[in-house]
Design a protein around this ligand. Structure first.
Ligand code: ATP
Length: 438
């Protein structure tokens, strides 16, 4: 089977098209002409996005004893964002094109207007990316609230709460998955950069002397997570920021980059943030955020290593990496070679005909599999077309119930990637599928 190379110039359009046509991702409010830079996740997209977040949670929280979870509020008071530095410095340089009046992020356009080619711009000014709103019916400063532009601050402000209730001690982490909002100047490239998106972040608190070692450790862990979930090694790389380019608080930042159709770009950032965040919140709130090491009779502010990933951005990279066109029986087919853990449906149950007897057996198969796998059920059109439809959305296994099933109580299991088919007794189906999806 011949695979499409990753730099197919039409890859992005093909994936955007597939995502819309098959119910992964829709333009938000599209019946009103669409609301720029917001997207809705359809029946397949919501499954896949949830799978991405679950895979992250499993590797970062469930399979570890040193990381606990958190789900903090999205709305926050100005005090949090004053302490974190976001009110003052969470800005991008904004310029207006003097010819067409388009607005751009200065650091993304190399001095040339992407709209009209002009090189004449206004002076750049700092544009704060936070969404500001009012909490409660009273207007005025006391009622100002912000939508969080990252999930991280909830982990810092809850440091003492988590420390005392979980009885963890450094090195330990707090993980969170949830929505963040940034008023991006130029949202672009589908769900790569949007104004509302989902993040998967973890703050790992360590004794200062161990920070460098844990920083290296988390870079490796995070790169491996993408590799393990099927992104080919030649489409991933690490990019360590030069010291001169680092944010004022950072002692080291490395991005995991993916080779998107437009070139290498960020997928996730891993930073050694030193004691900046806990110190800032201690100073601003007047509440000490420290760890008391009883054995050494020593009080210290832990350093923090932060792997910060985007769930929606990661989903897009998984879709791009999985998209292939190959040839089966002389016909071109589109296939998403998604890891079974990410696929919207892991199994599709397909009765060969709409006859009630076959639907009855299919129902029994579904009842066996549904508690363990995300299953689709499809009775329409020819079996060949149904296979293609499942290939196109990445379903790893199709189960066909045919008239022989009524006699031998067995079904045909077809593999998405090899298209090979094997006959399996219904009684052995669950055990067999479990070994196929390990
Ligand atoms: P950029 O430089 O691309 O604006 P950043 O370095 O500011 O991103 P971080 O603050 O490190 O991004 O955010 C961590 C992760 O959150 C990013 O690696 C990305 O996966 C995701 N992310 C950040 N901003 C957006 C956005 N506007 N849309 C979608 N995902 C985002």
């Amino acid at each position: 089977m011949d695979s499409t190379p990753p730099h197919d110039p039409e890859l992005l359009d093909k994936v955007i098209n597939l995502a819309k046509r098959r119910g992964f991702i829709f333009q938000s409010a599209d019946i009103y002409g669409g609301f720029r830079s917001t997207y809705d996740y359809g029946p397949l997209g919501v499954n896949m996005l949830r799978n991405v977040k679950n895979a992250w949670w499993r590797s970062m929280v469930q399979l570890r004893h040193d990381v606990v979870g958190l789900d903090a509020a999205i709305l926050g008071p100005p005090a949090v964002w004053a302490a974190s530095g976001h009110l003052e410095t969470f800005t991008d340089p904004l310029v207006d094109c003097l010819k067409c009046h388009g607005r751009f992020r200065e650091d993304k356009i190399d001095g040339v207007c992407p709209n009209c080619g002009s090189t004449q711009f206004t002076e750049s000014r700092a544009f704060n990316l936070m969404f500001k709103t009012q909490a409660g019916p009273v207007e005025g400063d006391g009622a100002t609230a912000y939508l969080r532009p990252e999930t991280a601050q909830g982990m810092f402000t809850n440091f003492n709460n988590v420390l005392t209730t979980s009885r963890k001690k450094p090195p330990f982490g707090i993980a969170q998955v949830g929505k963040s909002f940034r008023n991006e100047i130029t949202p672009q490239n589908f769900v790569f950069r949007t104004r509302e998106f989902e993040q998967m972040e973890m703050e790992y608190f360590v004794p200062p002397a161990e920070a460098e070692q844990w920083y290296r450790y988390w870079i490796e862990q995070r790169l491996n997570w993408y590799l393990d979930l099927g992104i080919p090694a030649d489409q991933l790389r690490l990019h360590e920021h030069e010291l001169a380019d680092l944010s004022h608080y950072s002692r080291g930042t490395t991005d995991v980059e993916y080779r998107y159709p437009w070139g290498w770009d960020e997928l996730e950032g891993i930073a050694n943030r030193g004691d900046y965040d806990l110190t800032q919140h201690s100073v601003h709130s007047g509440v000490k955020l420290e760890y008391y090491d009883q054995a050494a009779n020593e009080r210290y502010t832990p350093y923090v290593i932060e792997p910060a990933a985007g769930a929606t951005r990661a989903m897009m990279a998984f879709l791009l990496a999985a998209y292939h066109e190959d040839e089966v029986e002389g016909e071109v087919r589109t296939v998403l070679r998604l890891d079974w853990r990410l696929a919207p449906y892991q199994v599709a149950v397909l009765p060969l005909s709409k006859k009630p007897e076959l639907q009855g057996v299919s129902q029994r198969v579904l009842e066996i599999l549904q508690p363990h796998f995300s299953c689709d059920y499809d009775v329409t059109q020819s079996i060949g077309r149904r296979y293609r439809r499942q290939d196109e959305v990445g379903t790893p296994l199709c189960i066909t119930v045919d008239f022989d099933s009524l006699n031998d109580d067995a079904v045909t299991v077809r593999d998405r990637d090899t298209t090979e088919q094997v006959r399996i007794p219904i009684g052995e189906l669950l055990a067999t599928l479990r070994t196929r999806t390990q």
